[in-house]
Ligand binder design. Structure first.
Ligand SMILES: NC(=O)c1ccc[n+]([C@@H]2O[C@H](COP(=O)([O-])OP(=O)(O)OC[C@H]3O[C@@H](n4cnc5c(N)ncnc54)[C@H](O)[C@@H]3O)[C@@H](O)[C@H]2O)c1
Ligand SMILES: O=P(O)(O)OC[C@@H](O)[C@@H](O)[C@H](O)[C@H](O)CO
Length: 380
């Protein structure tokens, strides 16, 4: 049997990547820090994935196990035996797992120097594979780096499937996922031979795919979440049922769409169909997705390369007025959910450094650029 190691036994790990790997015939080792989840994985060895919408289908993922990422020796062995490694831990966690991965790769470099391995970061971020690679290389010796240059691939990826938190307390590992999924992997950065994984597409122009996904789905999703939160709507479904919010969300996806069509040469009709399909996914009545999950970590989402600031800047660059994107950015700045540490930190920064401080330090904006004033005026 082929082995895969997947870091992060959370929503997307269990509900998408782990599922596809298992369906492709891999025995999946989930690496996590959540002892309750790890214990359940090891006791049960399987879990159900419920496909939401229409006739609910259940797919069982079997022959899985859990491993604590702090158990370096067991991790070294698991990675040494793996044909493929994937991650879905959150982009902020990549520097932490990068250190453990580096230690495992050093060992492989010494003991099995002809091994090749592809490590795919399945996080919502532009350049996710590059970020992971840098996090690993920081901890490698020169020999380790040389080995990885030749034998280890860190392709960038896009991962698309809406997977909310599990609310079924009787079945801890159960996941509810939407029927739609798309996983694209940058072909040119793969090394050695990688068996086909049905559901994973190898693509040549990954940066266009990531901008299309992150700056359409995730932009619209985030704006629905932040406006929904402002209006006390508990879920994305409730938020987009509000005609005013739906208009802003569609408007914002339209603004990024116009810019992306110009930038990447996408077909305008196909892109419009892509936007409409995404709105249909937000309106899936079988998915209960709290606005707090989708809006989580506003500091990351307000970053210069992420789903709000980057497309608004691109829109201006291509002569598109980002009116709705700016409304979304203002709502994001006001996301003060008390249980979200990044939202609390954002509120503190706004209090201590003012809006200007946040626009410069968090959003990476320059006071001389057009977007800066647009946000300030709308916020006021
Ligand atoms: N849920 C979705 O709809 C979705 C869709 C596409 C992409 N993503 C991306 O996938 C990633 C994970 O999202 P999620 O929704 O599954 O989050 P999640 O919180 O459900 O899962 C993250 C998992 O990582 C684990 N983790 C944290 N620190 C770790 C460490 N040091 N070592 C190993 N595991 C660790 C957590 O315990 C948790 O089980 C994010 O980058 C997200 O943007 C999510
Ligand atoms: O995971 P985040 O925090 O980057 O974004 C929240 C959601 O928008 C996201 O998880 C989507 O559900 C997912 O990207 C769909 O493919």
């Amino acid at each position: 049997m082929k082995n895969a190691v997947h870091f992060g036994a959370g929503n997307i790990g269990r509900g998408f990547i782990g599922l596809l790997l298992a369906q492709a015939g891999y025995q999946v080792t989930f690496v996590d820090v959540n002892e309750t989840v790890l214990q359940e994985l090891n006791e049960k060895g399987s879990y159900p994935v419920h496909i939401a919408g229409g006739d609910e289908e259940v797919i069982w993922v079997r022959q899985v196990r859990g491993l604590n990422s702090r158990n370096q020796e067991a991790l070294d062995q698991a990675i040494a035996e793996a044909e493929v490694v994937t991650t879905a831990v959150g982009v902020n966690v990549l520097p932490i797992i990068g250190k453990s991965m580096a230690a495992s790769l050093e060992r492989i470099a010494r003991k099995d120097p002809s091994k090749t391995l592809n490590i795919m970061a399945c996080e919502n971020a532009v350049g996710n594979g590059d970020i992971l690679k840098n996090s690993v290389y920081e901890h490698l010796s020169l020999e380790g780096q040389k080995f990885c240059d030749e034998n280890v691939g860190f392709p960038n990826t896009t991962v698309d499937r809406i997977v909310p938190e599990n609310t079924d307390k009787s079945e801890l590992l159960s996941v509810l996922v939407e029927p739609f999924y798309e996983w694209n992997v940058e072909r040119s950065k793969l090394v050695g031979s990688l068996d086909e994984i049905p559901g994973m597409n190898l693509v040549d122009n990954l940066s266009a795919y990531i901008e299309r996904k992150l700056f359409t789905l995730n932009t619209g999703h985030a704006i629905a979440a932040y406006l929904g939160y402002q209006n006390q709507q508990p879920t994305i479904l409730d938020a987009v049922a509000d005609p005013e919010i739906k208009e802003v969300v569609l408007g914002a996806m339209g603004e990024t769409g116009q810019a992306l069509v110009k930038k990447h040469g996408f077909d305008p009709d196909q892109h419009e169909a892509y936007i409409q399909k995404i709105m249909g996914r937000f309106e899936n009545a079988a998915l209960i997705d709290p606005v707090e999950r989708v809006g989580r970590d506003p500091l990351r989402k307000l970053g210069p390369k992420d789903r709000l600031i980057a497309p608004a800047r691109t829109a201006l660059e291509y002569g598109v007025e980002p009116e709705n994107l700016v409304k979304g950015i203002v709502a994001a700045l006001k996301f003060d959910h008390p249980q979200d540490p990044a939202a609390v930190s954002l509120s503190t920064k706004l209090k201590e450094n003012g809006l200007d401080g946040v626009l410069v330090d968090v959003c990476g904006l320059d006071p001389s650029e057009a977007l800066y004033d647009r946000i300030k005026n709308a916020y006021a």
